[in-house]
Design a protein around this ligand. Structure first.
Ligand SMILES: Cc1cc2nc3c(=O)[nH]c(=O)nc-3n(C[C@H](O)[C@H](O)[C@H](O)COP(=O)(O)OP(=O)(O)OC[C@H]3O[C@@H](n4cnc5c(N)ncnc54)[C@H](O)[C@@H]3O)c2cc1C
Length: 199
C-alpha cells in the first residue's frame, strides 16, 4: 500500500528537504573527522622525537612539531578544517533564520541561500577531509600507515564521505543545475553580493 505524502508530483521537492539535511550532516562529518585527525596529529607531533632542528639550534633530536615541514602540514590541516567549519556555520545560520524569522520573505530568502550552500558544504568539506586525514597519516610517518595510532582509520573513514549521500560530482550537478541555472543565478548573485558587501 502506497500513501501519498503532500501533493501529487511534488515528491522530489519534498525529498530534498530530507536530502539537504542529510547532505549537510555528512558535510559536518567531514569537518568533524578533519578536526579529530588534526588534534591527533598535533598531539603526536609534540610527543614524537626525531632529528635535530634544521636551524642548528640544538644538538639533540627534538619533537617533530619543531620541524618546519611538519608545522606546514599541521597548519594546512588546521586552516582547511577551520575554513570548512566556518562555511558550515554560515550555512547553519541561514537555516536557523529560514526557520525562525518572523518575515516570510526573509525566511524564503535565507532558505534559498542555505540550500545553495548545502552542496558546497557537502562536496567541499568532504573532499577536504580526505586531504586533511591524508596529511594526518603523513605527520605520523610510518606509525600513520600501520593501524595502531588510528590515523589511517580516519583516512579510510573520510573516504566514504565524498561518496554517500551523493558523490562530489552529484553535488556539483545539484549546485550548477538545480541551484544555479534553474533560477538564472539569482541566489548565487545575491550570495556573492553579500560576500562583496562584507569585504
Ligand atoms: C558505507 C555506505 C553506506 C551507505 N548508506 C546509504 C544509506 O544509508 N542510504 C542510501 O540510500 N544509500 C546509502 N549508500 C549508497 C550511496 O548513497 C551510493 O553509493 C552513492 O550515492 C553513490 O552511488 P553509486 O554507488 O550507485 O555510484 P554511481 O552513481 O555508480 O557513481 C559512480 C561514479 O560515477 C559518477 N557519476 C555518476 N553519475 C554521474 C553524473 N550524472 N555526473 C557525473 N558523474 C557521475 C559518480 O560521481 C562516481 O564517481 C551507502 C553507500 C556506502 C558505501
Amino acid at each position: 500500500t502506497g500513501h501519498l505524502i503532500g501533493e501529487e508530483n511534488r515528491g522530489l521537492e519534498y525529498m530534498f528537504i530530507m536530502m539537504n539535511a542529510a547532505r549537510f550532516a555528512v558535510g559536518m562529518q567531514g569537518v568533524g573527522i578533519s578536526d579529530r585527525a588534526y588534534q591527533k596529529a598535533v598531539a603526536y607531533a609534540k610527543d614524537r622525537v626525531q632529528s635535530r632542528p634544521v636551524d642548528g639550534s640544538a644538538k639533540q633530536p627534538v619533537a617533530i612539531i619543531q620541524h618546519p615541514d611538519v608545522r606546514r602540514m599541521l597548519a594546512t590541516m588546521r586552516g582547511l578544517t577551520e575554513a570548512s567549519r566556518a562555511l558550515a556555520y554560515v550555512a547553519a545560520a541561514h537555516c536557523d533564520i529560514a526557520h525562525r524569522h518572523p518575515d516570510e520573505a526573509k525566511r524564503v530568502e535565507h532558505q534559498a541561500i542555505y540550500e545553495y550552500l548545502v552542496p558546497i558544504v557537502k562536496g567541499w568539506s568532504t573532499e577536504l577531509s580526505i586531504d586533511v586525514t591524508s596529511l594526518g597519516v603523513q605527520v605520523h610517518g610510518g606509525m600513520g600507515f600501520i593501524e595502531e595510532t588510528g590515523a589511517a582509520q580516519y583516512y579510510r573513514d573520510a573516504r566514504i564521505l565524498s561518496i554517500y549521500e551523493g558523490t562530489t560530482a552529484i553535488q556539483a550537478n545539484d549546485l550548477i543545475g538545480r541551484k544555479t541555472v534553474r533560477d538564472g543565478g539569482k541566489v548565487a548573485k545575491s550570495l556573492l553580493a553579500g560576500v562583496a558587501a562584507t569585504i
